[in-house]
Design a protein. Structure first.
Length: 94
C-alpha cells in the first residue's frame, strides 16, 4: 500500500484573535481511520480517556517538542466522528 502524504500552506490559514486578545487556532489534531507514515491507524475512542487531563494540564508545543515551552493551551478538545478536534489560544508572549 502506498501512503498518500498531504501538506497545506500556512498562508491558506486564517488567524483570528481569540477571546484573550491573541491568536487562536482550531481544527483537527488527528483524524480517524487513516494510516500514517509509520503505519499506525487511529480509531474512534483513542483519546477519550486523555481529553480531561489535556484540557486541565495539556498544551500545544512547538514542533511537538514538549521539552520546549508551550505555545498554546486548549480550551476545546473533543472527539467526534472525524477525529480529535481542538481549539486553542496562543500565548501572548513570544
Amino acid at each position: 500500500m502506498e501512503l498518500e502524504h498531504k501538506t497545506f500552506d500556512v498562508a491558506d490559514c486564517e488567524l483570528k484573535a481569540g477571546p484573550k486578545g491573541h491568536g487562536r487556532l482550531s481544527g483537527y489534531l488527528a483524524t480517524f481511520g487513516n494510516r500514517d507514515r509509520v503505519g499506525d491507524v487511529i480509531h474512534k475512542g483513542a483519546f477519550r480517556k486523555t481529553i480531561p487531563a489535556l484540557l486541565s494540564d495539556g498544551y500545544s508545543a512547538y514542533g511537538h517538542d514538549h521539552a520546549s515551552p508551550p505555545i498554546a493551551t486548549f480550551d476545546v478538545l473533543r472527539e467526534d466522528d472525524t477525529g480529535l478536534y481542538a481549539e486553542m489560544d496562543f500565548h501572548s508572549t513570544e
